[in-house]
Unconditional design. Structure first.
Length: 424
């Protein structure tokens, strides 16, 4: 299946491009059989693709997921067809609607996306025991030493893509390289439905083929800083000496840039990835200064989050509150505890304390978000307490409520009966 550098070979209508060694140069044959092999697997437009798979009539059409037109909120995700209109995640829904009035606007169905994500991760487990999930729709796979089982790296990647397609009807893009950083860049190189392989010895050629702004980890501010001193390509950045980079961007950033333009993994994805937070946020129909409404919203968010925590069998120690004010100023405050949050009621109380630290009670609030992170298994023992946690009983009650909800009953906290709403 190996082709010369720069040449593609077809799999249906999709071409797979390989950056390979020169087959005539025996001295340059550092094959994957003697090197590490990492895949970065990234689902294409995941949320929107799930919606198009579940609803065939949406295929080929611009699908925008998030708030409804006419409501306050932003785009959570969108299909490739919607991106042609300049729509992107985090764009205000009013702007998206102005650009694409004929789009299909849908609410977020997180439970459905999580269900499909679990199916995909189970597929990965069939190919390697070393799966490092870094988000709901992407993961690293250590495929070192699997050639006898699944063939060459490209053959194994094709099998993974085909299995995902057969079981979920979704397309995925896979990048292959000898380290995670290059694999991450490679998966973006030929999207959507792509497969791109970078072999040792050709890292520089591959990096020279991408735009400076496409280097993973290079932020917008750093990019502007580099452009202001006439560094606009990967080659130009590589030509800058390490000491000069540190002087321009700071010691840690300078070393980071020096490494990535040479294809050296900076180690960002080494070790165990911290689990993302479980979070929800709500954009108010109108900016509000109503303290009671804001606290009721926090209460609603706290219970939604904690039911998700209970259902996943996890617990968390870091509480995070996000506030966006009427002028779009956004602030975030978090607190990490020495113990795990024990109930939705406790999460609510902690969040209100954070609110009181960041909100003056006068400035109108546009959006409020709540999250719980530092997640771990519920079976992990907490620090031993001399006295029982005052929220132990609340947790037990919430577990019972969750069990009842699973059986189809709709139970809602009394104080929230007049306040329930869909997630933003």
């Amino acid at each position: 299946m190996t082709q010369n550098a720069g040449k593609g070979f077809g799999t249906g209508e999709k071409s797979i491009i390989n950056v390979m060694h020169d087959p005539e140069n025996n001295s340059n044959r550092d094959t994957f059989s003697s090197a590490k092999v990492f895949f970065h697997v990234d689902m294409d437009a995941f949320y929107a693709s799930v919606e198009q798979s579940d609803n065939p009539e949406y295929r080929g059409k611009p699908v925008i997921i998030g708030a409804s037109p006419g409501k306050r909120g932003v785009v959570s995700a969108c299909s490739y067809e919607a991106r042609k209109f300049g729509i992107h995640s985090a764009m205000p829904i009013s702007q998206a609607y102005a650009r694409c009035r004929n789009g299909i606007y849908l609410p977020v169905r997180m439970k459905r996306y999580q269900e499909i994500s679990r199916q995909i991760m189970e597929i990965f487990d069939d190919f390697t025991p070393e799966v490092l999930q870094i988000s709901i729709d992407e993961a690293f796979l250590n495929m070192t030493g699997t050639e006898k089982l699944f063939g060459s790296p490209t053959e194994a990647a094709e099998k993974i893509k085909l299995t995902i397609k057969e079981k979920t009807n979704l397309n995925t893009s896979i990048g292959i390289a000898h380290n995670k950083f290059l694999a991450k860049l490679a998966s973006d190189h030929d999207k959507p439905d792509g497969l791109y392989e970078v072999q040792k010895g050709y890292e520089i050629d591959f990096l020279n083929s991408i735009k400076l702004g496409d280097l993973w980890g290079l932020g917008k501010k750093t990019l502007i800083l580099l452009e202001n001193i006439n560094i606009t390509t990967v080659q130009e950045l590589r030509a800058v000496k390490l000491r000069d980079l540190k002087h321009i961007t700071g010691n840690s950033s300078g070393e980071f840039l020096f490494n990535i333009v040479r294809g050296v993994d900076p180690g960002i994805y080494s070790g165990k990835i911290k689990k993302p937070s479980v979070s929800n946020e709500i954009t108010f129909e109108e900016d509000t200064e109503n303290s009671e409404l804001i606290k009721l919203t926090i209460l609603e968010l706290a219970h939604k989050i904690f039911f998700r925590i209970l259902e996943s069998g996890e617990k968390g120690r870091t509480v995070q509150l996000k506030l966006r004010f009427t002028d779009f100023t956004t602030v975030t405050i978090r607190e990490t505890l020495e113990y795990s949050v024990n109930s939705g009621e406790e999460l609510y109380k902690l969040a209100v304390k954070l609110l009181e630290k960041k909100w003056d009670g006068l400035t109108a609030v546009r959006l409020i978000g709540l999250g719980l992170s530092s997640l771990e298994s519920n079976k992990t023992p907490d620090q031993i307490e001399l006295f029982p946690n005052t929220y132990d009983q609340a947790r037990k009650v919430e577990q019972v409520v969750l069990d009842i909800k699973k059986r189809g009953s709709k139970l809602t906290k009394a104080s929230l009966l007049k306040h329930t709403r869909d997630d933003s």
